[in-house]
Design a protein around this ligand. Structure first.
Ligand code: ADP
Ligand code: MG
Length: 250
């Protein structure tokens, strides 16, 4: 059996602001090379879940939260309990790539400099897969342009190249195409999927666009939201649904 990249059991995260919100992840296993769409309406906790997976946001409770990366077993549960922030930052920088909705690029660097950030931060020599990534993402001609000189779609392609330039094991993409027009969005989505596949990394893309994700044929993680009464706290539960399920809620 393949060792999972990430194992989570009975994790919970409370956000007390406003009317209150709790995310629960009863059981989640993510294996090397897995492709998942993380689906849920706006406010259901997609960004919260991705930030927890990325070791950015501290869970309030969990029975197990273990990563198996680069031959190491790493207990994120213990790291959070001991406040071992540096070890988590190291893991994140080395093994994760994160593509945000928009932004995250540094305006004072050119496209090449932005793409190489993840490698430079790790002290990796050379440009790694930069040329190949730039070519497959169709941004080779933009490498020496500043970020404010390129379009939003080109910025998202640059963000994808940056997330992949250090050959991560897991790529997290938080609604990476929601700021783009539909044609550009489809293009960027296809490129994200094909470049990540080529590198052999696992991928989780969050989206509220069920149709778009279904067309990609990924496994699905659903966040279902319950609220007993208006004004009561929201309880959101993340569960895996493998394979597309036709005719479900949109
Ligand atoms: P989604 O990404 O699916 O739109 P979020 O993860 O952003 O959902 O939000 C889930 C819940 O967490 C919401 O109730 C939201 O108000 C709350 N929330 C999001 N960001 C923060 C934050 N920085 N501080 C406190 N609560 C937050
Ligand atoms: Mg979000």
């Amino acid at each position: 059996m393949m060792t999972p990249l990430i194992e989570i059991r009975n994790l919970s995260k409370i956000r007390p602001e406003g009317r209150g919100y709790e995310l629960r992840i009863p059981c989640l296993e993510l294996c090397p090379g897995d492709f998942f769409a993380l689906l849920g309406p706006s406010g259901s906790g997609k960004s919260t879940a991705l930030d927890i997976l990325a070791l950015i946001l501290r869970p309030d409770a969990c029975e197990e939260f273990t990563l198996h990366l680069g031959g190491i077993d790493f207990s994120a549960k213990d790291a959070w309990m001991k406040g071992n922030i540096d070890s988590m930052a190291d893991i994140r920088a080395r093994y994760f790539g994160y593509v945000l909705q928009v932004g995250g690029l540094l305006p004072f660097l050119d496209v090449r400099g932005n793409i190489l950030l993840s490698r430079r931060a790790l002290g990796l020599e050379g440009d790694g897969p930069l040329e190949e990534l730039a070519e497959s993402l169709n941004i080779s001609h933009l490498l020496s342009k500043r970020v404010d000189q390129i379009s939003v779609g080109e910025r998202q392609r640059t963000a994808i190249a940056r997330a992949l330039a250090h050959n991560p094991s897991l790529v997290l993409a938080d609604e990476p195409t929601s700021a783009l027009d539909p044609l550009t969005a489809a293009d960027v989505m296809n490129l994200l999927v094909s470049t990540t596949r080529r590198q052999g990394a696992a991928l989780i893309i969050s989206s509220h666009d069920w149709d778009m994700v279904r067309a990609g044929g990924f496994g699905e993680l659903h966040i279902d939201v319950r609220q007993s009464k208006p004004g009561e706290p929201i309880l959101a539960t993340l569960t895996p649904h493998t394979g597309p399920k036709v005719g479900e809620q949109k």
